[in-house]
Design a binder for this molecule. Structure first.
Ligand SMILES: NC(=O)c1ccc[n+]([C@@H]2O[C@H](COP(=O)([O-])OP(=O)(O)OC[C@H]3O[C@@H](n4cnc5c(N)ncnc54)[C@H](O)[C@@H]3O)[C@@H](O)[C@H]2O)c1
Length: 275
């Protein structure tokens, strides 16, 4: 079985493990999409703090802000901003706050996705125009707008990483329009990588294995999907949310500075299996 989200170290542990000469020391990392302690974004934030980064994180609404403000107390120096990626005004305000508070961003992690619940059940052929548009606006377009937002703050180059899923390549019943959005997200990564290479900004995706988060639990059949994937992984014990964090650290580090336009699978090898 794959590990549960709670098996990663606490924020305190991760921060304590952080070192002044870690791979991200001296870097400002912006992690978008923390909802709670189970969020992949929070796992990545902890790993980045442990690697020496100064952190800024974003949340969708006031409820998530209250939760994340508490989490952030375990990672001293972390700033928490509220930003709905559907709002141009809130995105512009985020850019201004980042400029004022940090002056620059070295790495962006985009860990945001949404599709209306009625699109994540039944048949894909019944996808509504509105559901399709909402899923793509929040889960894909927001990567483009977020990249545009941090571009001026990455004067010396930088790294952008988003979160993909195997549902981009293969059919997972009921993942439906989100699978199509993830395929668009991976293509967006390649187009952005081509645009931003000259500015030394790299753009990559991590295709993560199943993690029991609030969003994932909203997908009917997620636990069956998680169980069957876990059983088929060649490296069964190796996949934990913390491994998504350590890969995000690597992609944000100078050691990854020749990697761009890639989708890197962090799923214990599940994606290579035929059956
Ligand atoms: N959990 C998994 O099994 C899994 C596997 C592969 C990829 N992913 C991807 O990882 C990313 C993070 O998801 P998660 O599983 O950590 O769930 P999560 O629910 O913790 O995170 C999703 C985040 O998206 C945010 N969001 C939604 N609409 C938004 C909006 N309009 N503006 C700003 N933020 C908004 C939510 O508030 C939340 O913080 C998603 O892209 C998801 O598709 C998840």
């Amino acid at each position: 079985m794959v590990a549960m989200a709670g098996e990663t170290p606490t924020g305190q542990d991760a921060a304590a493990a952080g070192t002044a000469n870690g791979p991200l020391s001296g870097k400002v990392c912006l992690v978008m999409g923390v909802a709670n302690e189970w969020s992949i974004a929070w796992n990545i934030a902890k790993a980045m703090a442990g690697a020496g980064a100064t952190l800024a994180v974003t949340v969708l609404d006031e409820r998530a802000k209250r939760t994340t403000d508490k989490l952030a107390e375990t990672l001293p120096g972390t700033t928490v901003y509220q930003c709905n990626v559907e709002s141009d005004e809130e995105m512009a305000a985020l850019g201004e706050r980042l400029t004022a508070d940090h002056g620059r961003v070295d790495a962006l992690v985009h860990s945001i996705a949404y599709a209306p619940a009625n699109e994540l059940k039944g048949r894909f052929i019944d996808t509504t125009r509105e559901g399709f548009q909402v899923a793509h606006a929040i889960s894909v377009y927001s990567l483009i707008s977020s990249a545009r937002l941090v571009m001026p703050l990455m004067a010396g180059g930088g790294s952008i990483t988003t979160l993909a899923y195997l549902g981009a390549d293969r059919v997972f019943p009921q993942y439906n329009v989100m699978g199509v959005a993830k395929a668009a997200l991976e293509a967006t990564v390649r187009y952005l990588a081509a645009d931003l290479g000259e500015q030394k900004i790299r753009v990559n995706a991590i295709s993560a294995g199943p993690v029991a988060t609030a969003s994932a639990r909203g997908i009917p059949g997620f636990s069956t999907m998680k169980g069957s994937l876990g059983d088929r992984m060649p490296m069964k014990e190796s996949f934990t949310p913390a491994k998504v964090g350590s890969t995000a650290v690597f992609l944000a580090s100078d050691g990854a500075d020749a990697i761009t336009g890639e989708t890197i699978f962090v799923d214990g090898g599940y994606h290579v299996m035929g059956m």
